[in-house]
Design a protein around this ligand. Structure first.
Ligand SMILES: Cc1cc2nc3c(=O)[nH]c(=O)nc-3n(C[C@H](O)[C@H](O)[C@H](O)COP(=O)(O)OP(=O)(O)OC[C@H]3O[C@@H](n4cnc5c(N)ncnc54)[C@H](O)[C@@H]3O)c2cc1C
Length: 438
């Protein structure tokens, strides 16, 4: 039975409506990290031409530029959109990465999530019981089995994710972009509507590309690229520490609040582990985030020693290098994936959303035609980007959305605007003031 109050657009409310599919022609993807290459991959498989425009000298050099990225699921025992999205994203990413050349994975599948105290052991047991996933995917292991599987001594064992592992981003991103045009060393300085598409320009104002649609996948540069949306984005600096690999080190990656990767050979031919990562808010800090800091190596080593003292003692090595990067973060830890709303028109259209009128009483959400975003991938971009990219590609092509309507709403780029507009005017005024201070 269809009631008058039911949303009709694929189960969506008018403020989260599906976008109008983009006209024929190339889709410009701004950014060549895991976000941009995953979007290009999804578009290519949907039969659309994607052109990646990357400011840096190669793909996977900025936020996605670590030499080994942990690929481990974020699972929760409840059925909320956050947990369901992360579980679905995990399975989708595995499926996609396993269809690529095997070299996109670093050697040695299987990741141990070490339990740090008795409460975490209980949480892990509860999670396994609630999920009822096959043991090959995830199971609880005691300290003896954890050591046998990973080579890492842990006081309390942990969760063993048999299909998890570490990725090689500098091979993964080009593999995802295969079959798409990639232009590196191209910084998009401006883009504007032209006819029913877009023209993108470089720093000197020269046209780079005419495109039917644009996808913003610029990582930590997203807030500057489209400030009109006023997304509550943050930047967080992270540093990883390189340690020489040794016979006594773990054979598989281990997470413990931080993470220690399985040994791999770096660009200089050295067998190393990557230990990470620090997490420091950076949005308003004036100092340069790029230089590697000895005190941050010390913090990474201290965290390892705190939670896995035997493993730290076995490694016992001095750092031989490291790398820093910026994450693009967002308060609810869900990616932004979908059409970009026209913020001013959106606020007018839904100004009285707090009155809770029938959804049908509202107009369809005003979107910026042909503009889409995949961003705010936080600390888990390698797990979430492929499914979030499918959501974006489906909006561009008009294909059925690959996630449930409540998950699409939880990913929707206008969700913070909607939450704000649902609050009464007095509370909105307080929120506006807080925003000024952000
Ligand atoms: C220290 C650290 C450790 C991490 N470890 C892990 C991990 O183990 N596992 C995991 O899943 N995630 C990890 N993350 C998070 C993960 O790296 C990010 O979620 C992911 O890389 C974000 O990808 P992205 O494509 O959005 O951004 P990026 O990889 O930063 O890509 C954005 C690209 O856009 C380009 N760009 C920006 N502006 C423009 C412009 N105007 N024109 C053209 N190009 C432009 C940039 O040059 C950049 O290459 C880690 C992050 C850090 C910092």
């Amino acid at each position: 039975m269809v009631s008058d109050d039911m949303p009709t657009d694929g189960g969506r409310m008018p403020w989260f409506r599906r976008a109008d599919p983009a006209p024929a022609g190339p889709v410009a993807v701004l950014g060549g990290g895991i976000g941009g290459t995953a979007v290009a991959d999804a578009l290519r498989r949907a039969g659309r031409e994607a052109v990646i425009l990357e400011a840096g000298p190669a793909l996977a050099r900025d936020g996605s530029g670590n030499p080994s990225a942990l690929m481990k699921p974020r699972l929760t025992p409840d059925g909320h959109p956050y947990g369901r999205f992360h579980a679905q994203a995990w399975l989708h990413a595995l499926h996609r990465y396993d269809a690529l050349p095997a070299a996109v994975w670093r050697e040695g599948r299987g990741v141990l999530a070490a339990a740090r105290d008795a409460a975490e052991v209980a949480e892990q047991e509860h999670l396994v019981a609630a999920l009822r996933w096959p043991a090959e995917e995830v199971r609880r292991v005691d300290a003896v089995e954890a050591l046998a599987l990973s080579g890492c001594p842990t006081p309390l064992g942990g969760l063993w994710f048999g299909r998890a592992g570490c990725l090689h981003p500098q091979l993964l991103c080009p593999a995802l972009a295969a079959g798409c045009e990639v232009r590196t060393g191209v910084r998009v300085a401006a883009f504007a509507r032209a006819g029913d598409g877009w023209v993108l320009r470089d720093d000197g104002g020269a046209p780079i590309l005419e495109a039917a649609a644009v996808v913003l996948a610029a990582g930590a540069a997203l807030p500057e690229l489209w400030p009109a949306a006023d997304w509550p984005l943050g930047k967080s600096r992270g540093q990883i520490t390189f340690l020489p690999a040794s016979e006594a080190g773990p054979r598989r990656a281990v997470s413990f609040g931080g993470y220690l990767t399985a040994p791999f050979t770096d660009e200089d031919g050295r067998p190393i582990h990557a230990l990470g990562a620090t997490y420091d808010r950076w949005r308003h800090r004036p100092d340069d985030w790029r230089p590697v800091r000895p005190e941050d190596h010390a913090r990474n080593l201290a965290l390892l020693a705190e939670h896995l003292p035997d493993a730290a003692a076995r490694l016992g090595a001095e750092p031989i290098g490291g790398r820093a990067g910026l994450r693009c973060t967002i308060p609810d830890h869900m990616p932004l994936a979908g059409p970009v709303h026209d913020a001013a028109a959106f606020r007018t259209a839904f100004a009285d959303l707090h009155h809770g009128r029938r959804p049908q009483a509202y107009p369809p959400a005003p979107y910026v035609p042909g503009l889409f975003v995949l961003g705010a991938l936080g600390s888990r971009g390698f797990q979430t980007a492929p499914l979030a990219a499918e959501v974006v590609a489906a909006e561009i092509t008009g294909a059925p959305c690959p996630v449930d309507a409540d998950i699409a709403a939880a990913l929707h780029p206008a969700r913070f605007e909607v939450r704000h507009l649902k609050h009464p005017p007095q509370r909105r005024a307080v929120e506006e003031k807080k925003k000024q201070k952000r």
